[in-house]
Design a protein around this ligand. Structure first.
Ligand code: ADP
Ligand code: MG
Length: 253
């Protein structure tokens, strides 16, 4: 868990004369869950899409699994898994057919039912994407990132809009994927999610990285700077109450 699998140096992205990414540098280590945290408009998706080869950068260097983005973007595409918007899937096909289609595109063999089992969607194999709940859609789109057996997957706000049970189910899925050795980069603006999932996080604000470390270290540093919570925290929060009363199990109809 120490070699960088992604190295980003002085990355800049201009949209016209607006600078969305202002010269950021970071490394992602092999096998970690790395979080890009920031408010809306911080530049998270732009950064991710540049690394994914989907968006041109203005300047800077990006290396992914030893390949230079400028020289070998095709090699990078082969080792990464990218989550598509669920609206982007062929509407007429069911989950099984979609996975088979992706296998064909990637020229990979895999058992679609095994993949659906991993994301807890076996009983929805014959369903179309539009018939899935929000959480099921997200789990399916995470499943599709795994079809080309990537070394790294990219998840851009995978839990936005999900209820607490579906969110926790997706967290477990992300952890399972990492357990199998896949490096995960995830963006989020939910700090509880980052604290639970991420080994290290970069906090990005207005196109700049303002902090980068483990969640634990960032919290300890803040306390060391004299920070105190305005009032004593209770030992549980409202989400704990909600989960305690309604359980972890998924409600997907
Ligand atoms: P985040 O994912 O953190 O919410 P984005 O990377 O989507 O942020 O956007 C960063 C900034 O760049 C925002 O101010 C956004 O409005 C702007 N932006 C994103 N895409 C484009 C684009 N295609 N053209 C112009 N500005 C864009
Ligand atoms: Mg975004």
């Amino acid at each position: 868990m120490s070699n960088p699998i992604i190295t980003v140096r002085d990355l800049v992205k201009n949209y016209g004369n607006f600078q969305a990414v202002k010269g950021i540098s970071f490394e992602v280590k092999e096998g970690e869950i790395f979080g890009l945290l920031g408010p809306n408009g911080a530049g998270k998706s732009t950064t991710l899409e540049i690394i994914e080869t989907l968006r041109p950068k203005t300047s800077g260097q990006v290396m992914v699994d030893g390949f230079d983005l400028d020289k070998q973007p095709g090699e990078i595409k082969k080792v990464i898994g990218v989550q598509l918007q669920t609206s982007g899937y062929y509407p007429g096909l069911n989950l099984l057919q979609l996975i088979e289609l992706f296998c064909g595109l990637y020229n990979r063999r895999m058992d679609p039912m095994e993949l659906l089992e991993m994301v807890n969607l076996k009983d929805k194999a014959k369903a179309k994407v539009k018939e899935l709940s929000g959480g099921q859609k997200q789990r399916f789109s995470v499943a599709t990132t795994l079809i080309n057996q990537p070394r790294i997957i990219f998840l851009d706000e995978p839990t936005t809009g999900l209820d607490p049970q579906a969110r926790r189910s997706l967290w477990e899925l992300v952890r399972n994927i990492r357990e199998k050795g896949t490096t995960v980069i995830i963006t989020t603006h939910y700090m509880d999610e980052a604290e639970y999932l991420c080994d290290r996080v970069a906090i990005i604000d207005a196109g700049k990285i303002v902090a980068l470390d483990t969640p634990d270290k960032l919290i300890d540093d803040l306390i060391a700077r004299g920070f105190e919570r305005p009032k004593e925290m209770k030992l549980a929060n409202l989400e704990d109450v909600f989960i305690n009363l309604t359980g972890h199990s998924l409600r997907e109809g």
